[in-house]
Structure formats: C-alpha cells, structure tokens
Design a protein around this ligand. Structure first.
Ligand code: ANZ
Length: 898
C-alpha cells in the first residue's frame, strides 16, 4: 500500500500517471463484441499556431468525463481526435509565417496533442489523422466522385462571393453582414466557373429528420431557417407597354408585342392577397432588366431615356453590394421605377414594375408581387415612393384599427377581393391557388432558402478536385484507381490575384492526357475545408483501411456518434454538410445510419478580461465595438478614465489567451479540469479567472485530506462486510445513503451534461462524510469502517473522470494496482436511494384516509397529484367537488371537498 498523501500535490504524481497511461496504451479503443458501444466525439479542430487555450478545454474536458464514465460502465468507447488540417486558416497562417502549410500543421497538431495529453484527455491517438494526409484525402476525393456520379456534384459559372484579401470564393454562409467571416474584408461579387454539391436535393430530408435528433433546439431552429422551406404559389405576370399616362382603365394599355410578350414569374406565400398587389418588384439582377434597358435607353423621349439611365445606375450600384447588406432588415428600402407595367391577373389592372434590391435574385424567382397593405417591406417601400396601398385582408380582431398600418397577420377575412370577399385567409389561399392553376398561369410551389453548396476554392492548401477538363470544357472523373490526385509539393503556393488557383501555374500538374488520348487539363480548384470535415467521423471507425474509405461493419459497430461536442458557431455549415453526406452515403448503402450525430452539445465560451481604451477624436468605432483594443501593458499605463476592461472571447488576436500549460504548471491538470467543470453550467459563458482553479484545488485538497483521514481504517474487503440497508444501524445507513445518493447523482449528471452539479454533488458528499466522522469515527466499529471504505472508494471512482490523475494516485494509495479507468463505475443501490422516501398523510376534510410514500423532495404539485390519485381518497370524494387542496410539503395533504 502506498503512503496516503494528505494534500493535492500534482507535482508528485501527475507526470507519473501520464507516462503510465501511455505505456499501458490505456486509451486504445476496445472492440469487444459482447459490450455496448459509445462514440464520443469533439468537433474536428484546425490546429492553430496559438495552441489550445483554457477556452478550448471547455470542449474537450466534459466530453472526456463522459467517455471515461462510459468506459468505466463497461462500454466499448470510441473517443478519437484528429486534425482538420486543410483549408484557409492553415494556408493563411503559413503565408504570414513564410513557411509551408504541410510541416506547419503537423507541428501545430503535435503541440495540440501534447496539450491534450497534458490535461489528461483519454483520446485513442492510434486512430488520429490529418485531413491533409493523402491516405485520408484519397477518400475525400472518392466521395466527391460518388457525388459526381449521382449528379450531386456539378460545375457551372456562378456569381460568387469573392474575398479580395483572402483571394478566394466564399460560400454564402461564410459571409457575415457582407464581410468575410475570417478576415472581415468587404466581400465582392465575381463570375467564374465553380463546383457545387447539390445539397438542395436533400432539403426536405434534412429538414424532416431534424425532429429525430437530440440537439439543442436553437441549432435545429437555425438549420430550419437556413433550409427555409416555404409553401406558396408561383405564377406568371405579363408585362405591358410603358404608358404615357392614360387612365387606369384595363382597356387602355397596349400589350407590348402580342407574339413575344415578355413575362416574368413571381413567388408568393400569400396568394390570398393578390387583389392587393399594387406594384411588382424585380431584383436588380433579374433577366428582364437588360430587356427594359435595351428597349428604352435609346428612346427619343428624353424622359424615358433619362429613366433608363437611372435604372442602369441603380443596377450598377446594387451589383457591388452583397446580398446580406442589401436585405438587412433595418436598411432603408431603395428602388427605381422601370417605366414598365404588369397586369395584375386578379384585378385586371396594370401595376408599375419597380426594380429594388430588397428583392433577392437567388430566392424564389427573383421577382415579387408587392402587397403593401399586408407586407412590411412592401409597405415601407410604397410609403416612400407614394404607391397605392389597398387593404384586402381585414383583421378578425376589429378592435385594433389599422388604418394607415400594415396588417401581416393571417387571422382575417378578405375584402376588396371580388368574389372572394368574406373568405378566410385559409379558404382564399386554397381557392386562389386553384384559380391560378386552372388558368394555367402558375401552380403551388415549395421554395427553399437553401442554396447548393459551393465547394471550389482557388487555393493551394486543400483537397484537389479529381476531375479532368477536356478541350470542350467537358468534365471527366479521374479513374478511381488513380486516386489520390496528389497535391503537388511546391514552394510557392500563394493565391494569385487573377483569381485562379496557384495549381494552375504548375504545368506538370495541369497537363494530362485526356480520356481520348488528347491533351486535357486538370481541374485546379481545390475543395473547401468543409468537404474534409463532412466524413472524418466515419474514418475514425476504420482509420487504417487502405482498400476502402471504411468497412461497413466497422461503421455499423460505432455509428452514429452518440455525443458530439463543440461550439454553436457551426450550426449551419459543418453540421448541415455532414448530415447531407451521411444521407447520400446511406442511400448508397455505404453507412447504416441516416443521421451522423444523435446527440449534440454546445459548450459555452470562455471570456477573458481584455483591455480596450476609449477612442480618440480622430477614431471611429464599428457597430458593436466598444473601444480600441490595446495591449495589457498599454492599458496599465493609461489613466484610469481611459482604460476600458471588457470580457471578450479568448483569442490570440486579442492577446488575452490563458493556456492550459500555464494553469497546469501552477495548479495541476486536475485543478484545471475540475475548475472548468464546476465553474458554470456546460453551455454557459464563463469569465475566466484564477479563482476558478484555486477553488478546484481547495476541493481536491479536501478530498486528499479525507482520504488520508480514512485510509488507516480502510478495508478493501468492505463489500463482504458492509450491512444491507435493512440491517444497518442508523449511523451506517446514513453513510451508505450519502454514498449511493452521490453515485446516483454523479451518474445522472454526467449523462445529462450537468458537470457543475456533478462536482457539487461530490463536494456535498465530502462534507457529509466529514460530518459523519465527527460523531461516528471510522475506528469505532467494523461496520462503520466498511461503510467508510465504501464511501472513500466510491468517492475516488466518481471523482476519477473529472480528476483522473488524482483518482489514480488515491486509488493506488489504497493498495490497488491498475487504473481507476479499469476499475468499474459504482452502481447505486436502489434500496439505499429509496430510504429517501417520506411518509405523507393524506386527509379528506381533515380526516386521515391514506398514507403515501413519496420522495423527500416532492413538489407541492406532485404531492397533490399523488393524493388525488389515491384510490382511498377517491372513494371518499365520490360525488363531491374538490374545493381546495392544502399541501404541507414533506408531511401532509388535505383535500377539502365539503
Ligand atoms: C406577396 C405577399 C403578400 C408576400 C404578403 C408576403 C406577404 P418566405 O416566407 O421567406 O418564403 N419574396 C418572394 N421572393 C422574394 C425575393 N426573391 N426577395 C425578397 N422577397 C421575396 O417569404 C416569401 C414572401 O417573400 C413572398 O410572399 C414574397 O412576398 C417575398 F402580404 O408575396 B410575398
């Protein structure tokens, strides 16, 4: 038996255990077919040069606690880690550091691994890989080919978001408020051929299957909004000639050209309001706009020609703005009248066609019927430009006069709508849809906000797209046995300002013999990093496979991921793409699950106190920016009135990072782990301070002290001696009950990610044992010694997932060989938990009629419900009405029914 230490001194044991775990290969995945499985996974990180901060640890530590408990409970646990090495962040950093991304990410990854080992995360490193390993990206290419063959990967010219600083195309979801999500530059629009994955083909399934997932509601809602399914009607509108001011008589306008009358389609979710359409709006990019311009810019009428110029100007200005900036809700609406009219098919009247950038070219048909009486944006626009507003839905709630206001609700009946007057919105929608369909003008239509996934990047550091372009621009897959298309090793890989991939400048890479022996060229775009991270969780199931991406049986053994843990910032991109790929692979019979991540958890952020200063007169701040970031040094030298200390997310750019290295150095890994678990609920943000770790250290000290106090009477044979609940003395039962309460609470709390209350339960338990020791020392009799032995061993095992170094040290001091990891998880005895029941007297009109055994903490409502459900009580209530129920928690329920 080792000497029991009486305080937490990690310097004496931490590195020893790290080394022992490593040499025992303790965390190598066990694949015992007799056992249940548990797959715990953290988001695939990009290893940044700054290394891990204590912020990142808030992701890894909780997952580790859960995985460790699952293993102790007897599960086969898959708990892998790898590196999302390809992609922009790595390439940009390599450029900045004037180095090559390949060795750079490896060295960063090794540093991550060192730090993860430092804090004792139980990863099976034998399964680790980098997404930039050819053994891995070969299969990323293979999946690309699968998508291509299924018609789910295609190339077409497209207007794309272009970041002028990163010199690359950005997906819509990488543009935030018109700015690049990585570097914050203003995004431009550019037209080039691009590769897309057809995620829109899976829109409905991606939407429907959300319901089956145990994910935070907020993330599911973000995906729903992102997919943005709308049911409505799409129908055709006819353009009529510019008119020189004749009355609004339907017979007075001339149809432009009876053979080739221009038309456009609109999408609406409110066909019931069609009688209220007083204008139409086209997006500036709409295909009719050039037609309008073409037929008016050389008009002899100077007024018409002037209007054409205005339209051209407006379109030009709109083009240079991103969609997000144009449609921001609070922006004042702008637009120009095209000079043309369309025919409102319901009223038979002509309505002006405007061009305005609040209508988005890529949504619906890029054109709308505008109903200012019932749509906010149209209302605002009509007011600004003096366009007629007609009420066609009268709210049912007559009490709220809405004269001069817009009514967007659906609880109303139609008015000013001819034969539809008096119908409810719902009825009118049905009937008007039928009317549109019967006339052959349009049909019911479902529209999605979701766009196809833009995958091309004109950059070096990514997975090459395995395609050959022939001289006619046709696309051909590289044959499967020639995969991987290796990323060439080059010295210069900086993006070229012409917008082409740097690979285009490497003749050896580009020029190949085409499918017919002719000269052809390789595709030089690479795939964006989100391709690599859309299937890595499958590769972890079978990471060494050289013949296939994975073996179906291996994937069947582990998938789905039981618990997936990471930051909420990936709500729509990664999490939607990975679901899409999984569904495609499922349809091919390559994976046995339709959803990759059964349960998802998002950790809160760690914020650090960060120095800013007030802006000087010459300086201006962006929206939401509170001050000018300064160094810690500078902040200390500022007069107090100028320095602004704010809580901000830890990041290298803010210079406010606290590393696990420094915390482990001064307080030990377990103090860091316990501190991070205890400080707040898992999903809450945390303001970092040293106190968090100091408090944890204090608790660990108390555990060591308690262990030292109990170790002289500790008896490893306690199991055979400890009396059962019914046979134990009151003192022994009290100790055993505290133990089993803590076992039950810890197990439940870890399972539900309530790590702070799990640690709190351990703290309570330590207090309870200390209190018990005051009146009933462990020396006083054998049964007490057994009960304390059980308590101490349980405490150590329950603590071990949170503080594994301390756990193993204490465990060894009790004379055990081996690791807590292999010692089994304590199981609560229901009989000892049941002792928590209290007897409740149930009265009817003050007379005792029944007694109930209820949990001590049962709420008033629960007690009332149980009392009313009692058969005896019901017998006494027959024919009476219950007037009142009086509940005295923990004691009595009186049902008053005179
Ligand atoms: C007439 C109308 C009347 C509309 C009314 C709404 C209320 P969701 O639910 O988001 O699909 N719309 C259609 N295409 C658009 C585009 N490309 N850019 C901007 N707006 C567009 O919204 C569908 C509604 O948004 C459509 O229904 C259309 O306005 C507008 F009282 O048509 B509605």
């Amino acid at each position: 038996m080792g000497l029991m230490p009486d305080r937490y001194d990690p310097t004496t044991f931490e590195s020893k255990w790290r080394e022992r775990w490593r040499s025992a290969d303790l965390f190598r995945t066990r694949e015992d077919p007799e056992r249940p499985k548990f797959y715990g996974l953290d988001f695939f990180p990009y290893p940044s040069g700054a290394g891990l901060s204590v912020g990142h640890c808030r992701n890894y530590i909780p997952t580790d606690v859960l995985c460790r408990m699952k293993f102790m409970q007897g599960y086969n646990v898959l708990h892998p880690m790898g590196f999302d090495a390809f992609g922009l962040p790595a390439e940009n950093e390599a450029i900045a550091k004037k180095t090559h991304p390949a060795p750079m990410v490896k060295s960063y990854g090794e540093n991550y691994r060192r730090q993860m080992d430092l804090i004792g995360i139980s990863y099976d490193w034998s399964r680790s890989f980098y997404s930039s390993d050819p053994e891995y990206y070969r299969w990323t290419q293979w999946i690309f080919e699968l998508l291509y063959r299924k018609g789910l990967a295609y190339r077409r010219p497209a207007t794309v978001n272009w970041c002028p600083k990163d010199l690359t195309v950005l997906a819509d979801e990488e543009v935030e408020g018109g700015l690049c999500w990585r570097c914050g530059s203003k995004v431009e629009r550019k037209q080039i051929p691009q590769w897309f994955f057809k995620i829109t083909a899976y829109a409905d399934r991606l939407l429907e299957d959300l319901d089956s997932l145990d994910w935070p509601e907020g993330i599911k809602e973000m995906q729903r909004n992102w997919i943005g399914r709308s049911e409505g009607v799409e129908f055709e509108m006819k353009v009529v000639l510019p008119d020189s001011g004749a009355a609004d008589d339907p017979n007075e306008f001339r149809v432009l050209n009876r053979e080739r009358q221009p038309t456009f389609r609109v999408f609406t979710t409110r066909i019931d309001t069609v009688f209220g359409m007083t204008f139409c709006v086209l997006a500036p990019e709409h295909e009719l706009v050039p037609f309008f311009l073409g037929s008016t810019e050389h008009a002899s009428d100077p007024e018409i020609a002037e209007r054409a110029r205005e339209v051209a100007d407006y379109v030009e200005r709109a083009r240079s703005m991103s969609e997000a900036a144009r449609t921001a809700g609070d922006r004042e609406k702008t637009g120009v009248f095209s000079g043309f009219y369309a025919l409102n098919p319901a009223t038979g009247r002509r309505v002006p066609i405007w061009i305005a950038d609040y209508v988005v070219a890529s949504y619906g048909t890029g054109a709308i019927m505008a109903v200012p009486g019932h749509d906010e944006r149209d209302f605002e626009f009509a007011q600004k430009y003096g366009i007629e507003i007609v009420e066609v839905v009268r709210p049912l709630d007559e009490g709220s006069p809405h004269e001069g206001k817009v009514f967007t609700g659906k609880a109303g009946v139609l008015t000013n709508s001819g034969e539809y007057n008096g119908q409810t919105v719902e009825e009118a929608q049905k009937n008007l849809t039928q009317w549109v369909t019967a006339l052959g003008m349009g049909e019911a239509k479902v529209t999605y906000r979701l766009r196809d996934w833009l995958i091309s990047r004109q950059r070096y550091w990514g997975c090459p797209i395995p395609v050959i372009l022939d001289s006619e621009g046709g696309t051909h897959l590289v044959s499967e046995d020639c995969l991987p298309v290796m990323l060439p090793e080059v010295e210069r890989y900086e993006p070229s300002p012409d917008g082409k991939s740097p690979l285009a400048g490497i003749p050896d890479f580009v020029n190949v013999t085409g499918p017919e022996g002719d000269l052809a060229q390789r595709e030089t775009d690479t795939m964006g990093g989100f391709a690599c991270s859309s299937w890595y969780f499958l590769r972890f199931c079978d990471p060494w496979n050289d013949d296939r991406a994975w073996d179906l049986e291996k994937v069947r053994q582990w998938m789905p991921v039981d618990c997936y843990v990471g930051g909420a910032e990936h709500a729509v991109m990664h999490l939607l793409y990975a679901r899409f790929w999984t569904k495609v692979l499922y349809d091919e019979g390559l994976v046995p699950v339709e959803e990759p991540f059964q349960r998802l958890m998002n950790q809160g952020q760690v914020l650090a106190l960060t120095p800013y200063r007030k802006p000087r007169e010459s300086e201006s701040l962006d929206v939401g920016q509170e001050g000018i970031l300064v160094s810690f040094e500078e902040a200390r030298s500022l007069p107090e009135s100028e320095a602004l200390w704010r809580w901000a997310r830890m990041s290298k750019s803010k210079g406010n990072v606290v590393t696990p290295d420094e915390v482990v150095e001064s307080h030990g890994a377990d103090a860091l782990r316990v501190g991070e678990l205890f400080v707040a609920p898992f999903d809450a943000d945390v303001n970092w301070s040293d106190d968090i770790v100091v408090a944890a250290e204090r608790f660990l000290n108390r555990v060591f002290r308690l262990a030292a106090r109990l170790s002289p009477t500790h008896d490893r044979t306690w199991r055979s001696g400890v009396p059962s609940a019914s046979e134990a003395s009151a003192e022994v039962r009290e100790i055993r009950r505290a133990t089993h309460r803590c076992i039950a609470k810890s197990t439940e709390d870890i399972e539900r990610f309530a790590f702070n209350t799990y640690i709190a339960a351990l703290m309570t338990f330590v207090n309870e044992i200390n209190d018990a020791l005051k009146s009933n020392p462990s020396e006083s009799d054998k049964e007490l010694a057994y009960a304390y032995s059980e308590a101490l061993e349980s405490l150590i095992l329950l603590l071990a997932p949170a503080a594994p170094f301390s756990g193993d040290e204490l465990w060894e001091s009790l004379g055990y060989e081996g690791f807590t990891y292999q010692a089994g998880w304590p199981v609560a005895d229901p009989e000892l938990l049941r002792a928590d029941l209290v007897t409740i007297a149930v009265q009817v009109n003050g007379k005792l009629r029944d007694t109930l055994e209820m949990p001590a903490g049962a709420s008033q409502g629960e007690l009332e419900q149980a009392a009313l459900a009692s058969e005896r009580v019901q017998a006494h209530l027959a024919g009476k009405t219950v007037r009142r129920v009086i509940v005295v928690p923990g004691r009595l329920v009186n049902v008053v029914a005179p």
